[in-house]
Every structure is written in structure tokens, then in C-alpha cells.
Design a protein around this ligand. Structure first.
Ligand code: NAG
Ligand code: NAG
Ligand code: NAG
Ligand code: NAG
Length: 965
């Protein structure tokens, strides 16, 4: 190795000698060194690409000392400085450059020079300043040293490999910057020879190993920047010897252990940056001696303990970052005394107590972030005393009280995030007129009031979230900003319409209005918001259709319109919108054919259920569409309904007349007066008619009871309010009065007053509602209940008037289990149809979970909708799950869930654990009943069996079993 170096030196000298000889030979004697430099610079130029022609006057026709970027000594005999900084140069740095013998400064920084650093740079012994920073240089840092070099800046290149040990020979070096490269290996200990070094940056490399404790002996150091490497181990205590140190940055490493006490000796320190390491323990008390500290950032560590009131000693502190640690205790009150404090970020710790009163009063606060702690109490009035507060971030604490008036007047505010607290009260008018605010999140608080009464004038607003509060009143039509990108007003009590003014928000990307009471239509004008990516209007009372124009929104990805009262057909064009990735239109009144293109090819059935749709992709199992569609469908459909209805009425009238005579034989009508009001009572039971008077019935109701006890027996009584007592209704009720079936609770009497009150008296049933006892029932009981309900339905669907009687909501609530104890054979009583009152239908149907999807849309009950409810009860009886069971998880409802697991064939996965033994012995029975349940709950109403078939099937399935019927 040694010999080789020697050889190359000899070669070099020989070459130099020949070169000098040639020069002597050719030059005319006017200073050969000068001509030499001339040639060397031209040779340097030759390898450089110079798009700005900065080097254009580097030619033979002009004097070297006038060349751009070239400086000569006073005698113009030697080039002393070459400064080509920031001239957009690319290409290579030629070796020639470093052969210039007297040059002291070379600055090629801020160009795009590629290639490696020439290996001869260190032969240029005259150099004092070398700056090659901010280029695209690659390769290794050459070995060697320059004894006079004071400043070496190779930062921000693509240099690789280790830092050469020889760095320790640059004995005069004061400034060393190797940052922003891809250097590897450890920091050489020889570095500590550089006792003149004041400025050291090795930041943003891939250095490993420990911070050398020897650094502590480089007593001239003022600036240490070793951040953004992968250094590990502890912070050496010896750093505490560097009493001239002004700036210490060890951030973004993998440093562990505690912050050494000795750092408290660095009395000249202005900046201490230890953020993003794995430091533990408390901040040593000595640190608070650093009276000249302007910025302390120890964020993103594992530090703990309390922050003492000693912070008051940081008289010059401007920035305090303690965020993302595990600090506890109160926020020190004395922080409010630091008159230079501008930025205070303590978020993501475990601070408790109140925000210090008076914070902001004597400070210059511009940024305050205390979010994600356990702070309580109110927001101090003083935070914006400086009038400079730009960011106020207090989210995810337990802060209560109102937003202080002083903040509403804080016109410097730009970013306000107070979400997830317990803030209450109303927004003051000033708060909605902050001129600079661009981000305002007040979600998940207890705020209330009508915000449309406030004049919104927030011209910079880009993001506004008021979600999950109790704001009410009409939805505002403007927020005084046409810059809005995100608007979230969901989960409030807003009513009113979506204003067409929303179409004047050209930047709007996200619009969330879900879970309010918004009515009216979706305005066409929304299609002017060309940047909309996401729309969520779910859980409102919107009506009308989906505007076709929504499909023209170029980047709309998500559209959630679920749980509204939207109707009409789903626009075909929505299936052609390329950008859409997710659509939910479930639980509306859409009808007709679901498009099967675009987003609809991969849609889940859960996103379309609760409508009356047909067609669509096969995987979502909608019924196929009938051939008749398009505009004629409506006319045809209405015509059919009208004709059918007319026919039914004619038949009913006819039958009524025919049966009237018979009817009155079994019915007793009595007129009674109570408190001057005349009542008409229709009894369907002789005994009962003698047992009670209207007076007793009214007495019972006045005592808020619903069971009347007579001499013979007990009866249920119930008053129905808000019913239109017309003739049709009385006819229907009389029909019900005739119903006599062991599984149906008998209607005993109808009482109606001249003032329109209606009271029904029923057979009293001693027992419990099926939903209350379902979980405890044996297989025998469950089977018997299933057949019992089926028989009741069979009777109702075929009895009485030609159309039969429809129950409307076949639900466990309406099934009384008479002796639900195990061992005995259970029987049931179905409550008499409660849905006879057309006014009531809508209300009950919307609130009941047992209503068939098509009924939700049409509000019409049918035999098949009754069978749907029955199917749900069967599923519950088999699985032990209720309709809202958590385990149903991602499945839209219990039917989807059951269908999924049934198709999977794993009986154990869905059968009620209580039925396991029976299921193991009679798997076929259980599976067949589930199959029946799934048929009853089929989307395709035509596929649902009749009650009479169900009874037969259930009987034949269970005959082989052990049921006692
Ligand atoms: C040489 O430099 C002079 C300016 O000093 C310039 O006018 C001339 O065009 C240059 N010649 C060439 C060949 O670039
Ligand atoms: C220098 O590097 C930058 C950043 O990687 C790159 O954009 C630029 O094109 C490079 N220039 C040359 C001349 O290679
Ligand atoms: C950080 O240091 C710990 C031990 O000091 C080590 O286990 C871990 O691998 C280091 N992480 C990285 C990213 O170097
Ligand atoms: C902070 O509050 C959370 C939730 O309210 C609680 O779980 C936690 O224990 C509290 N921490 C402290 C340090 O009080």
C-alpha cells in the first residue's frame, strides 16, 4: 500500500517536471504559473456543461483575471478564488481544477455537477475554503488532508461510504459539513483532533454507532448537528464540557437512556433538539438552568415525569416542544410568565388539570397545541391576548364550558381544532367571522344553537366540521367561503333543505350531512362542485330522485344516500361514472332496474337492500326485472292497483251486506253514557258484555292500567289515538271480532265514542313475549312456537273477508308465549293484527325491524310480507341471534348473515349453542327449517311460501323428530 502511494507520487512529480519543462519551452517568459492556470481552467471548463454560458468569456481572447467567477491576487499573478456557485452547471469536476497551485477558495456549490470528487483534491495544498455542497456528486470522499483547510462543505450530494479516518488531519478545520449524503459507518474518533472545529454537521446520513464521547473535548464547538442518522446508545455526558456550545441537535436517531444532567452546564446553549429518539426518564432539573435557551424540543421520546415550575427560568424561550412523550402532572403555571414564548406544543402526553389561567397574557403565543391530554376546565380567556394566535389546537381532552368571547374576537386565528371535548354553548356571531381561519373543527362537543342565524364570513375557510354536536335549525346555505373543501355537518339536528347555494362551492371535495333531519330534494346544482370526491347524505329525510347530473361529477368516488326517502329509478348513468368506487342507496324507495355496470358490478347487496329494485349484478340476488319497465310501467302499475282495489272494495261491500245479518247475531251492541259522552260498544263475547261497563274501562285507563279484572276473568284494554274512525275501519274491526283461533288472542270488544275515541278489549293472555324468553327455550318449545305461529298465519290469511287478514308486523313482540317453561309444551297467542289502522302502518312499519324490505318502500302489507316476518322469527329461533346481534358483523342483516352461513354448510357456525345437542342428533331437521326460513325471507316475494305450505312443511320436517305438538 505504502509503496504504491510512493510510486504514484513519483510519477506525479515526474509528470509535473515534464509539464513545467514543456511550459518553459513554449511560454514567452511572462509568468509560467499564470499560463498554467489558464490552461488548467480551460481544461476544467471543457468537462462542464454550462447552459447559462457563465463560462463564455473563459477563452484565449480575454485575460484570466477577468473571467467570470475567477479572482486573482492583487498582482494578478495567481488565481486565488474560483466561485461558480449557483450557475446551473452540470458535467464533471475535472482534476485540473485542483492542480491550480495558489487557489485558496473553490466554491462550486448549488450546481448539478455529477461524477465523483477528483481524487487529487487533497493535493491542492493552498486551499482554505472548499465548497462543493448541493451538487449531484457521487462516490467516496477521497482520502488525504489539506493542512490549511478551514472550511469543508460537501453537504447535500450523493456521497457514499464511510467518513475517512483521515478527517482528523485537517488540523485547521473550523467548519465541517458532510450532511445530506448517504455516508455509512461510525463517526471516526479521530474527529476529536479537530480542536479548532466550531461547526460540525454530519446530519442526514446513515451513520451508526454511538455519539463519540470524544466530542466533549472539542472545546471550540459551537454547533453540533448529528440528527437524522441511526446513532444509538446514550447521549455522552462529556457533551456537557462544551461550554461554548450554542446548538445541539441529535434529533431523529435511536438514542436511548436519560438526558444527562451535564447538559445543564451548556450555559451558552440556544437550541436543544433531541426529538424523535428513545430517551427515557424525566427532563433533568439542571436543564432549566439553560437561561439562554430559545428552543427546546424533546418531542417524540419516552420521557416522563412532571414539568416543574422551574420553566420560568427559560426567560428567552420561544419554542417549547414536549409533545408525544409521557409527561404527567399539571401544565406549569409559570409558562404564562415566559414573555418570549410563541410556540407551545405539549400534545399527546398525560397532562391533567386545567390550562394555566393567564396563559397567553404575557406571552406572544402564535401556536398552542395541547391536544390529546387529559385536560379539564375551561379554555382561558387570555390565550389570544397577544392578538397573534394562529393555531389553537386543544382536541381530545375533557375541556368544558363555552368558547370564550375573547377567542371569537381573535382575528389572527387560522387553524382551530377543538373537537372531542365537552365544550358547550352557542357560537358567537364573531366566531363565524374570523377572517383568516382556514381549518375549523368543533366536532364531537356539546355545542348547540342555530348556526344559520349567524352571518358566516370566513373567506379563507377550507375545512369545517361541526359534526356530532347538537346544532339545530335550518341548514345554512353559505359559510362565507368559496374555498371550502371539506364540510362535515353530520350528526346534528339540522333541518331544512340542502340549498342550491352548495353548488357554488367550486373547491368542495367532501360533503357530509348524514344523520340530521334534512328534507327536500338533492339539488341538481351540486353537480357544479366538480371536485366532489365524497358525498354522504345518509340518515336524513331526503326525497325525490338521484339527480342524473351527479353522474357527471368527474372525481366522485363515494356516494352514500342510504336511509332516506329517495325514490324513482337509479339513474343508468351512475353505472357509467368511472370514478365511483362506492355507492350506498339502501333503505330508500328506489324501484325499477338497478344498473349493472360500473360501480354496480361489485356492489354489495347491503348497499341496495331496503328498496324495490330488480336486476343488477347476479351476486346481489335482486329479483329479475319483469319485461315491463320504462314509463308505461307506472301507468300500468297504477291501473292494476286501482282495478284490484276497486274489485276488493266491491267484494267486501257485497260480502258485508250478505254477512251483516249473521254478524249481529254474535255481536252485542250497547250504548252507554260516561260523563255526558255517548259510547258505542260492540261486544263479540256474551260473557264479557255483562262483565264490564265503559265506565270501568275508562276508570282502568285513567289509572294507567291496561288490564281490567272482572268477576269472571281479566281482559287487556288499549286505547288507540289519532285513528280515523270511518266505516271501513269498523267493518274491518268487526271482521276481526269473528276470529276464533287458539293461537290468536281474541278481540272481545270495540268501544268508540261520539268524540272519536277508540278502545279495544282483548282476551287476556298470561305469559311472556317471545322476545323476552327466546334465549331460554328448549328445542321442543321453539318448534312448537314456530308451528303455532305458522298456523295462526294460515288461519288469518284464509279466514274472514276474501282477502284474509294481514298481520303487518309478525314479530316476537307480538307473540305471547303462554307456558314457556321447559318440559311442558308451549303454546302461543298471536296478538290481533295491530296494523289495521292505515295511519299507523307507516309509523309501525318504519320502526319495526321485522318488516319486509318491499313493505318499507311501498308501505303495503301482503301475505308475503307477513311470511317475511315469520321467516325472521324462524331464523332467530334457530340461531339464538336477534336482529341486531353484534356477531352479524359485516353482514347487512340477520338474513344476509344466515344466508351466508347456511351456504357455508357449517351448522355449528350458526345454530344456537343451546340447541347443539339436538342439532347433532337431528342435523337435517335444523338445516331444513333454516332452508324454509331463508325461503320465507327471500328477496323475491314470489319465492316466499304461503303460510299453509309452511305449516305442512314444518309438520313433515318435525314429524321425524321429538317434538310434541
Ligand atoms: C471570448 O470572450 C469574449 C468576452 O470576454 C467574448 O466576447 C467572445 O465572444 C468569446 N469568444 C468565444 C469564442 O467564445
Ligand atoms: C441532480 O439530482 C437531482 C435530484 O435527484 C435531479 O433532479 C437532477 O436531475 C440531477 N441532475 C443531474 C444533472 O443529474
Ligand atoms: C435502536 O437501538 C436498539 C437498541 O439500542 C436496537 O435494538 C434497534 O435495532 C435500533 N433500531 C434501529 C432502527 O437501528
Ligand atoms: C386520561 O383519561 C383517560 C380517559 O378519560 C383515562 O383512561 C386515563 O387513565 C387518564 N389518564 C390519566 C393519567 O389521568
Amino acid at each position: 500500500m505504502k509503496t504504491r502511494v510512493k510510486t504514484s507520487q513519483e510519477t506525479c512529480s515526474m509528470f509535473m517536471f515534464m509539464f513545467m519543462f514543456l511550459f518553459l519551452f513554449f511560454s514567452n517568459g511572462s509568468g509560467f504559473a499564470y499560463s498554467n492556470e489558464h490552461e488548467l481552467l480551460l481544461s476544467t471548463k471543457a468537462s462542464i456543461i454550462d447552459p447559462l454560458s457563465f463560462l463564455s468569456n473563459w477563452n484565449n481572447s480575454s485575460s484570466l483575471c477577468n473571467w467570470n467567477g475567477v479572482t486573482c491576487d492583487s498582482n494578478s499573478t495567481h488565481v486565488t478564488e474560483i466561485n461558480l456557485s449557483g450557475k446551473n452547471l452540470s458535467g464533471r469536476i475535472s482534476e485540473s481544477l485542483f492542480k491550480i497551485l495558489h487557489v485558496e477558495t473553490i466554491d462550486l456549490s448549488n450546481n448539478q455537477l455529477t461524477s465523483g470528487i477528483p481524487s487529487n483534491i487533497f493535493s491542492c495544498a493552498s486551499l482554505v475554503h472548499l465548497n462543493l455542497s448541493n451538487n449531484n456528486l457521487t462516490g467516496l470522499i477521497p482520502k488525504g488532508s489539506i493542512p490549511n483547510l478551514e472550511k469543508l462543505d460537501l453537504s447535500n450530494n450523493f456521497l457514499s461510504g464511510p467518513i475517512p479516518e483521515g478527517i482528523g488531519y485537517f488540523l485547521k478545520l473550523q467548519y465541517l459539513d458532510l450532511g445530506g449524503n448517504t455516508l455509512i459507518g461510525e463517526i471516526p474518533k479521530s474527529l476529536s483532533n479537530l480542536t479548532k472545529l466550531q461547526f460540525l454537521t454530519l446530519a442526514s446520513n446513515q451513520l451508526i454507532g454511538e455519539v463519540p464521547s470524544e466530542l466533549g473535548f472539542m472545546e471550540s464547538l459551537k454547533f453540533i448537528y448529528l440528527g437524522y442518522n441511526n446513532l444509538s446508545g446514550g447521549i455522552p455526558t462529556e457533551i456537557g464540557y462544551l461550554t461554548s456550545l450554542n446548538h445541539l441537535n441529535l434529533a431523529f436517531n435511536n438514542l436511548t437512556g436519560e438526558i444527562p444532567y451535564s447538559l445543564g452546564n451548556l450555559t451558552e446553549l440556544n437550541y436543544l433538539f433531541l426529538y424523535f429518539n428513545k430517551l427515557t426518564g424525566p427532563i433533568p432539573k439542571t436543564i432549566f438552568n439553560l437561561k439562554k435557551l430559545k428552543s427546546l424540543d424533546v418531542s417524540d421520546n419516552l420521557l416522563s415525569g412532571e414539568i416543574p415550575e422551574l420553566v420560568s427560568q427559560f426567560k428567552d424561550l420561544e419554542v417549547l416542544h414536549l409533545f408525544s412523550n409521557q409527561f404527567t402532572g399539571n401544565i406549569p403555571k409559570s409558562l404564562s410568565l415566559l414573555s418570549h414564548l410563541q410556540v407551545l406544543q405539549l400534545w399527546s402526553n398525560k397532562f391533567i388539570g386545567e390550562i394555566p389561567e393567564g396563559l397567553g397574557m404575557y406571552n406572544n403565543l402564535t401556536i398552542l397545541d395541547l391536544s390529546t391530554n387529559n385536560l379539564t376546565g375551561k379554555i382561558p380567556e387570555t390565550l389570544c391576548s397577544s392578538g397573534r394566535l394562529r393555531k389553537l389546537i386543544l382536541f381530545s381532552n375533557s375541556i368544558e364550558g363555552e368558547i370564550p368571547k375573547s377567542l371569537s374576537l381573535c382575528r389572527s386565528l387560522e387553524r382551530v381544532r377543538l373537537q372531542n371535548n365537552k365544550i358547550s354553548g352557542r357560537l358567537s356571531p364573531e366566531f363565524t367571522q374570523l377572517p383568516l381561519v382556514y381549518f375549523l373543527d368543533l366536532s364531537a362537543n356539546n355545542l348547540s344553537g342555530e348556526i344559520n342565524r349567524l352571518r358566516w364570513n370566513t373567506p379563507m375557510l377550507q375545512m369545517l366540521s361541526l359534526s356530532s354536536n347538537r346544532f339545530s335549525g335550518l341548514l345554512p346555505d353559505s359559510f362565507g367561503s368559496n374555498k371550502l373543501e371539506n364540510l362535515d355537518l353530520s350528526e346534528n339536528e339540522f333541518s331544512g333543505h340542502i340549498s342550491t347555494m352548495f353548488g357554488k362551492l367550486p373547491e368542495l371535495m367532501e360533503l357530509k350531512l348524514s344523520r340530521n333531519r334534512i328534507s327536500g330534494i338533492i339539488p341538481d346544482e351540486l353537480s357544479s362542485c366538480k371536485k366532489l370526491v365524497s358525498i354522504n347524505f345518509s340518515n336524513n329525510h331526503l326525497m325525490g330522485g338521484i339527480p342524473e347530473t351527479l353522474a357527471t361529477l368527474p372525481v366522485l368516488g363515494n356516494l352514500d344516500l342510504s336511509m332516506n326517502q329517495l325514490s324513482g329509478e337509479v339513474p343508468e348513468t351512475l353505472g357509467n361514472a368511472d370514478s365511483l368506487v362506492e355507492v350506498n342507496i339502501s333503505h330508500n324507495f328506489f324501484h325499477g332496474e338497478l344498473p349493472s355496470t360500473g360501480v354496480f358490478t361489485a356492489i354489495n347487496s347491503s348497499a341496495v337492500v331496503g328498496n324495490n329494485l330488480c336486476g343488477g349484478a347476479s351476486r346481489i340476488h335482486l329479483p329479475p326485472c319483469k319485461v315491463i319497465k320504462t314509463a308505461n310501467w307506472w301507468f300500468f302499475g297504477i291501473a292494476v292497483i286501482v282495478v284490484t282495489f276497486a274489485a276488493i272494495i266491491l267484494v267486501v261491500l257485497y260480502v258485508k251486506r250478505r254477512k251483516e245479518v249473521v254478524h249481529y247475531k254474535t255481536t252485542r251492541i250497547e250504548n252507554e253514557i260516561d260523563g255526558g259522552v255517548e259510547w258505542e260498544l260492540l261486544f263479540f263475547d256474551e260473557k264479557a258484555s255483562k262483565a264490564m261497563t265503559i265506565h270501568e274501562i275508562l276508570q282502568t285507563l285513567r289509572g294507567h292500567k291496561n288490564v281490567i279484572t272482572t268477576k269472571y276473568t281479566k281482559y287487556f284494554i288499549k286505547e288507540f289515538n289519532g285513528i280515523k274512525l270511518d266505516n271501513d275501519l269498523i267493518i274491518k274491526l268487526k271482521e276481526f271480532g269473528k276470529i276464533q283461533h287458539p293461537n290468536i288472542s281474541k278481540l272481545i270488544a270495540i268501544c268508540k265514542s261520539e268524540k272519536g275515541r277508540l278502545i279495544l278489549v282483548h282476551e287476556y293472555v298470561e305469559g311472556k313475549k317471545l322476545n323476552e324468553v327466546m334465549g331460554e327455550l328448549s328445542w321442543e318449545s321453539r318448534g312448537k312456537i314456530a308451528i303455532g305461529i305458522a298456523k295462526a298465519l294460515r288461519y288469518l290469511h284464509s279466514c274472514c273477508s276474501p282477502a284474509g287478514v294481514l298481520v303487518g308486523n309478525v314479530s316476537p313482540e307480538n307473540v305471547m308465549v303462554v307456558d314457556g317453561k321447559d318440559g311442558t309444551c308451549t303454546s302461543i297467542k298471536l296478538s290481533p293484527p295491530g296494523m289495521i289502522f292505515s295511519d299507523n302502518i307507516t309509523k309501525c312499519l318504519v320502526s319495526s325491524a321485522y318488516v319486509a324490505p318491499e313493505t318499507k318502500e311501498t308501505k303495503e302489507i301482503t301475505e308475503s310480507s307477513d311470511m317475511y316476518g315469520f321467516g325472521l322469527i324462524l331464523i332467530e329461533l334457530l340461531t339464538g341471534k336477534t336482529l341486531v346481534d353484534a356477531e352479524i358483523g359485516l353482514h347487512e342483516n340477520i338474513v344476509e348473515w344466515a344466508r351466508y352461513f347456511y351456504s357455508d354448510c357449517h351448522l355449528e357456525a350458526w345454530v344456537d349453542p343451546l340447541l347443539k345437542v339436538h342439532a347433532q342428533e337431528n342435523p337435517n331437521q335444523i338445516v331444513e327449517i333454516m332452508y324454509l326460513a331463508l325461503q320465507c325471507t327471500a328477496h323475491d316475494i314470489a319465492a316466499r311460501p304461503y303460510a299453509s305450505d309452511v305449516v305442512k312443511r314444518l309438520e313433515s320436517i318435525t314429524r321425524s323428530g321429538t317434538l310434541c305438538f
